[in-house]
Design a protein around this ligand. Structure first.
Ligand code: M6R
Length: 617
């Protein structure tokens, strides 16, 4: 979590930092801060301002702009998602050393910070925050006092710090220089005419330059106006990894929508169309040339494990069902944060597919590394080109949904669903497990999905109307069977994270084995009751709920007369082949959660306690 931006060589570095922080705010919004490197008559000094007003810290910093020294050319900024220490101004970044001449901004967690802090305290340092990050500034202070340069101090940090981190450093004694380094957490550097930049995220600096360099694990970047040098931990210059960026800056803006989430819900048809572009041929064959895993490698696979977190995990559940039923390969879906510690049995005939919108989620990243360590073949499905995981895995498939800013995943989730299904068809074709005609029919139906979604997102206000009745509820069950179950899980997750309503997803057939005792008159159950193999069974489960007084909201097909007769309210969707229902039926559930959250006055783009990118365990 957290966002970093740093700039050098700018006429107005504060403006660049604050603009960048606004773009980074989705990564954390507990507090924010900036430090500028200034020169004065008595030599260089740092000017620092911080604010901790949840989701309002950046406007607070703007108010300080008039007091900023006019002659500053460089600075660092940070937006925080609290891990160690409360979201207070004192704990906000940048953190300074005792002399106030070194400043650091940090993402990630320094696992040995207690041990380091004990040593610093014993040596007389005065720490002023409860964070794990502040120790970094004091360690740098010691190295500089011993005669090191800022870059040498950063290399020394790599030997001392344990954990996952990305950090940017400035010193009043080297006023033009930004030093950036990282381990696991991402950090990039950029250069433009006379400008040097460092950021945790491409979107923060994309408006300034497309000349971007990925800083590697345990590398140190020395960024000066108009130049970047990258060294390894020993100080040897290394080749720079240039980054390819497909997005336009404008894509990251709200474009007149009330919030990013409603914009992104409406962008789902485009996200799907872009994701499918060139991947399904006119004859229904799949084309995944960029896969990097060749036919021979894919044919040698005898098992698939899909890993992911949150919405990506739910997409993985759908993907694994497609792989199993179309490519006839045993497939499982695992929550990445559990997979990593389960001693998974995977080998070079197992394909581990890591799904992550951001390509950075640390739980999924470590799951991927665990799979690599055990010799598995690996594939990443992500929305961010050249992201951390994309660079690590054997192959990468990109959803082309454009930047997703709202914390709740919407357009990336449906893009993941479709791309995983295209991949499942691809595997089935390679393995000869599906008649070509059946595969071509399904591929054609997948290709039609953007049009179907156009119709579905057009019903936004209709779904919103149904959701109004749920604005006051405190407990909701989401039920489904087969492919309806991951949809139910996704609907419940959305309602929890956005509306702060307790929501439980259950396989509908499992209710009678215990949870049905919780159903009392008025309990709300949202049931995925679209047509398919288990439709009759789901309706029988709905009857069981109604018999106990539940109030039922059914997600059902346009041409269905039966489910609506059993339900108190309906969220209608067009009929599509059963396998493709998730991408369609999830949309009304996104709108449901969105609408309940809005009715309760919640910030849908920045729900409490969350961040868009989860880079801590
Ligand atoms: O970037 P990732 O796809 O790896 O993120 C995984 C989850 O953190 C994410 O899907 C989260 O559950 C969303 N906020 C759900 O809307």
């Amino acid at each position: 979590m957290c966002g970093i931006i740093a700039v050098t060589g700018a006429a107005d570095p504060l403006r660049i930092l604050l603009d960048g922080l606004e773009l980074l705010e989705y990564r954390g919004y507990d507090s924010a801060g900036v430090a500028l490197v200034c020169s004065g008559d008595a030599g260089g000094f740092l000017w620092r301002r911080r604010a901790a007003v949840r989701a309002q810290s950046i406007p607070e910093l703007h108010k300080e702009a008039d007091t900023a020294p006019a002659h500053a050319r460089a600075g660092i900024g940070h937006t925080r998602w609290a891990t160690h220490g409360a979201p207070t101004e004192q704990n906000a970044h940048p953190h300074l050393d005792c002399s106030g001449r070194v400043a650091v901004v940090h993402n990630g967690i320094i696992e040995n910070h207690r041990e380091i802090a004990a040593g610093l305290d014993a040596r007389g340092h005065v720490r002023t925050s409860e964070t794990d990050s502040e120790v970094i500034a004091h360690l740098v202070e010691e190295h500089l006092a011993a005669g090191a340069t800022l870059a040498q101090a950063a290399r020394a940090l790599l030997r001392t710090l344990r954990g996952d981190f990305a950090l940017a450093l400035v010193s009043a004694d080297e006023p033009d220089l930004i030093v950036g380094t990282r381990r696991t957490s991402p950090l990039i550097a950029g250069r433009a005419d006379g400008l040097g930049l460092v950021a945790s995220d491409i979107s923060a600096i994309l408006g300034l330059t497309r000349n971007l360099v990925a800083i590697g694990d345990d590398e140190v970047a020395l960024v000066r106006p108009g130049s970047i040098a990258v060294t390894d931990a020993e100080g040897n210059e290394v080749a720079q990894q240039l980054l390819q960026v497909g997005w336009e800056v404008e894509a990251a803006r709200r474009e007149g929508f009330e919030d990013f989430m409603s914009k992104e819900i409406h962008e789902q048809p485009r996200a799907l169309a872009d994701t499918l572009l060139g991947r399904i041929g006119a004859d229904g064959t799949t084309e995944l040339e960029e896969l990097a895993l060749g036919p021979h490698e894919l044919r040698s696979i005898d098992r698939v494990t899909v890993i992911g977190c949150g919405s990506s995990y739910h997409a993985g559940m759908v993907g694994r069902l497609a792989i199993e039923s179309w490519a006839k390969l045993p497939a499982t879906a695992e929550i990445a944060s559990e997979f990593r510690y389960e001693e998974p049995v995977v080998d070079d005939r197992t394909l581990v597919i890591a799904i992550s919108q951001s390509g950075e989620t640390v739980d999924t990243f470590h799951g991927l590394r665990e799979a690599l360590r055990r010799g598995a073949r690996t594939l990443v499905v992500t929305n961010v080109v050249d992201s951390l995981m994309a660079r690590e895995a054997d192959g990468a498939l990109y959803t082309r949904a454009g930047p997703e800013i709202g914390v709740a995943s919407t357009k990336c989730h449906v893009a993941q669903l479709a791309l995983l299904q295209v991949f499942a068809l691809h595997l089935a074709a390679l393995r000869g497990t599906m008649p070509a005609s059946a595969s071509a029919r399904l591929a054609a139906e997948i290709a039609r999905l953007p049009g179907v979604l156009e119709d579905v997102v057009g019903r936004f206000e209709e779904y919103r109307g149904v959701a109004q009745a749920l604005a006051g509820v405190n407990d909701v069950y989401f039920l489904g069977r087969g492919l309806g179950y991951p949809i139910a899980l996704e609907g419940a997750l959305k309602l929890k994270e956005l509306a702060y309503v307790r929501a439980e997803a259950y396989p509908a057939g499992e209710m009678k084995h215990g949870p049905i005792s919780l159903i009392v008159p008025g309990t709300v159950a949202v049931v995925v009751a679209t047509k398919g193999r288990l439709y009759e069974k789901v309706l029988a489960n709905v009857e069981e709920l109604r018999a106990r007084g539940a109030s039922v909201v059914a997600v059902c097909n346009d041409d269905d007369d039966t489910a609506p007769r059993l339900a108190d309210a309906v969220l209608r969707v067009p009929a599509v082949p059963e396998a493709l229902v998730p991408a369609v039926a999830v949309v009304p559930l996104q709108v449901l959660a969105y609408s309940v959250a809005k009715a309760r006055g919640n910030d849908v783009d920045r729900p409490r306690n969350l961040a868009k990118v989860v880079t801590v365990e």
